[in-house]
Design a protein around this ligand. Structure first.
Ligand code: ZN
Length: 325
């Protein structure tokens, strides 16, 4: 008898066996009371107290398991009286909206999109792009130098093109969008971090005419037929000849306004035929031809949305972005 009492007292009661144990205990207690009747009066008292004690302990254990089961059920069930959580919608970044239009054009024209590290080796960012150490052209892009040896924050995404050319032989047709860094005072027109979209095409018989055609088509696709591009002589160490890319002022349509300083044109980037030294540095055959171009993307949303400060693009203020439809 005592053995059975001990067994039941030490039995682990779980939600799976609680009803079974409850039934077993009830039957056993009934049996114990039956047995008690046959005992002499003195023993009856002690035995009765022991049975009562056992009964109470078992009831407590069973009640505790049942209570836990109820709590779990409440947690798992659906409370239909709850109000639904409010949904908060995001907004597409203004830069992304314009970039998507460029990406659409280049993807449709067979360009691959490639990316690379923002912490770059000086070799890829400068040296292999025909900007050796101490070359005056290094002053054109004030670079952030890091304490790590030979590493910098990339000042243009051209470094991605170098990396790509080292791994792939011509023909090449890529765009490399991404964030770049230059030491610039933070003012309404400048931020030390901005978004650039560069491109590179290398192949047999590629000429400056292909470069012009490609850029003019892209500008028409992104901004509409009324916006045209013009090419202004310029200098970049990694292209020869080089040209600045201007487009019709998208604010005044070319008539002249404050944004374009009354010229009717806005400078959006630069381009040119890749310098033979760059091709030699990446191991391409002599006589290889190709063109490269780059747009300073941050300028486009600033003009389109008339942003008073360029840094709005980096604040990530959802309330502002929602207003910029
Ligand atoms: Zn204008």
């Amino acid at each position: 008898m005592n053995k059975k009492i001990d067994e039941l007292l030490h039995l682990e009661i779980k939600k799976e066996n609680v009803l079974e144990v409850e039934k077993k205990v009830k039957e056993f207690v009934k049996e114990l009371y039956q047995n008690m009747k046959t005992l002499p009066l003195e023993e009856k008292k002690t035995f009765g107290a022991e049975v009562n004690d056992f009964k109470l302990k078992m009831e407590e254990k069973i009640a505790s398991v049942k209570q836990n089961m109820q709590k779990t059920n409440e947690k798992d069930s659906i409370d239909l009286t709850l109000s639904k959580p409010s949904l908060r919608y995001g907004a597409m970044h203004p830069l992304n909206k314009i970039y998507k239009r460029f990406e659409e054009y280049y993807k449709a024209n067979g360009y691959n999109i490639v990316s690379g590290p923002e912490i770059e080796l000086d070799k890829y960012n400068c040296e292999m792009l025909n900007i050796p150490e101490h070359h005056p052209a290094r002053g054109m892009q004030d670079t952030f130098y890091l304490e790590l040896p030979n590493k910098i924050l990339r000042s243009h995404t051209s470094a991605v093109q170098v990396r790509y050319m080292l791994k792939h032989k011509p023909p090449v047709k890529i765009i490399s969008p991404g964030i770049v860094y230059r030491v610039d005072e933070l003012d309404p027109q400048h931020t030390p971090m901005f978004f650039q979209l560069e491109g590179l095409v290398v192949g047999e018989g590629i000429t400056f005419a292909d470069l012009k055609g490609s850029i003019m088509n892209c500008i028409s696709h992104v901004f509409g037929e009324n916006i045209i591009a013009r090419f202004v002589p310029s200098y970049y160490p990694y292209t020869e000849p080089s040209a600045g890319i201007d487009i019709t002022c998208t604010v005044c349509g070319g008539v002249g306004c404050r944004t374009c300083k009354n010229s009717g044109w806005i400078r959006i980037g630069g381009c040119g035929m890749v310098h033979p030294n760059v091709f030699e540095n990446v191991g391409y055959e002599e006589g290889t031809q190709g063109f490269a171009f780059g747009y300073g993307m941050s300028k486009f949303p600033q003009i389109e949305y008339e942003l008073p400060e360029l840094r709005i693009l980096h604040d990530n203020n959802i309330k502002v972005y929602k207003k910029l439809k």
